[in-house]
Design a protein around this ligand. Structure first.
Ligand SMILES: Cc1cc2nc3c(=O)[nH]c(=O)nc-3n(C[C@H](O)[C@H](O)[C@H](O)COP(=O)(O)O)c2cc1C
Length: 361
């Protein structure tokens, strides 16, 4: 058994998931400040399998999904553990504390989490200040959203504020309309409001001196008709890509006892149980999109290859699903139950380029 499973995981699991997350990231940040450690880590976790997508040169295809470093506090530490890109956020214009704790729950039997964080973040000003000192050799995506107190009718103004303030400091944008934890947010995924929102954002972006690639992040809980609308909208507003998917509100097929699930209550489910449903969405988008936009897979990715273990040569389902698309990039999110509090440990443990199972088309 690895030292992680016998020693480190029990310590982290004795703490609340949120505390252990911040503790682990704080430790990583402390470690990289010890002279010599940063370059050692960089050497250990270096994964070079470059790919050029959306005009950006990614060192490899495995990135860190939004929600792990919402406030860009740990970008310097995370830059040393092998990710091809890091997505900060979701950032909202004003700081907000999110939902009351507890709001993050482990489901070890399912290798999953349920969260109802509710876009807790330090707000634009604080995040911009941190990004001014960002590492230059790292691709950073800015995941943007609206404040809870902002009505959906005024949401565009919140997204615009985020776009404009973050524009000089990030390499791409993700428009997040798919969190289940901000009341009414997912209504912005409907055809008309979504088209209007994305068109306004893209027009503003393209009018700026150095336009950035813009992606949409969607929920896995969508009917085929809705997904088909999304593909049409992507074409109509000429978006560069899509991230599929966010967490699910479904609780189907879980091994965890039903009474425990019910006692946890509302929130988005992530981890292993999301893999099949998000892979299905990736497959649909890849077939329907015919390679006209970039697809970043997110949901249940546990290994650098994008699958759930097995041989490093194993081509993941997500990668297979994306084959008909122009490209596929895996998005390793915050898996805190299997791989441990630091998702990068998992990609590092492969000792191969994280993108070894995926391929551009
Ligand atoms: C604790 C937690 C917080 C998250 N916060 C955000 C967020 O702020 N914005 C966002 O777009 N996605 C957020 N997500 C969703 C992840 O980015 C990812 O899309 C989702 O968890 C599916 O990937 P996974 O199964 O690998 O975790 C969050 C997920 C978790 C577990």
């Amino acid at each position: 058994m690895s030292m992680y499973k016998t020693l480190i995981r029990p310590i982290f699991f004795s703490l609340s998931p949120e505390r252990s997350h911040h503790l682990a990231l704080g430790m990583l940040d402390g470690l990289r400040k010890i002279p010599g450690i940063a370059s050692l880590m960089k050497g250990m976790y270096r994964h070079e399998k470059p790919v050029e997508l959306m005009g950006l040169k990614f060192p490899n295809r495995v990135g860190l999904a939004a929600g792990f470093d919402k406030n860009a506090e740990y970008i310097h530490a995370l830059n040393h553990v092998g990710f091809g890109f890091i997505e900060i956020g979701t950032v909202t214009p004003k700081p907000q504390s999110g939902n009351p704790t507890p709001r993050l729950f482990r489901l070890p039997k399912d290798q999953a989490l349920i969260n109802r964080m509710g876009f807790n973040n330090d707000g634009l000003d604080a995040v911009v200040e941190r990004l001014k000192k960002r590492p230059k050799n790292l691709i950073i995506g800015g995941n943007i959203g609206k404040n809870k107190v902002t009505a959906n009718e005024d949401a565009t103004s919140d997204y615009l504020k985020c776009l404009e303030a973050l524009h000089p400091f990030v390499d791409y944008f993700t428009v997040n309309v798919s969190s289940p934890n901000t009341p009414g947010l997912r209504e912005l995924q409907e055809k008309e409001p979504l088209t209007n929102l994305l068109r306004t954002l893209q027009q503003t972006n393209r009018a700026m001196p150095n336009p950035k690639p813009m992606l949409l992040k969607i929920a896995p809980d969508m009917e085929e008709g809705q997904l088909s609308d999304i593909v049409d909208i992507l074409h109509e507003v000429d978006l560069e890509g899509i991230i599929a998917t966010n967490t699910t509100i479904s609780r189907d097929g879980l091994k965890t006892d039903n009474t425990e699930i019910e006692s946890i209550g509302a929130g988005g489910l992530s981890g292993r149980p999301v893999k099949d449903v998000s892979t299905k969405v990736v497959k649909y988008l890849a077939e329907k999109g015919q390679g006209r936009f970039v697809i970043i897979a997110s949901g249940g990715i546990f290994t650098p290859e994008g699958g759930h273990g097995g041989s490093p040569r194993h081509r993941s389902d997500a990668a297979r699903a994306g084959r008909k698309g122009r490209c596929h990039a895996a998005h390793l999110a915050a898996d805190r139950t299997e791989a441990g509090p630091i998702a990068a440990q998992r990609s590092g443990s492969c000792r191969r380029p994280p993108a070894c199972g995926t391929r551009a088309r």
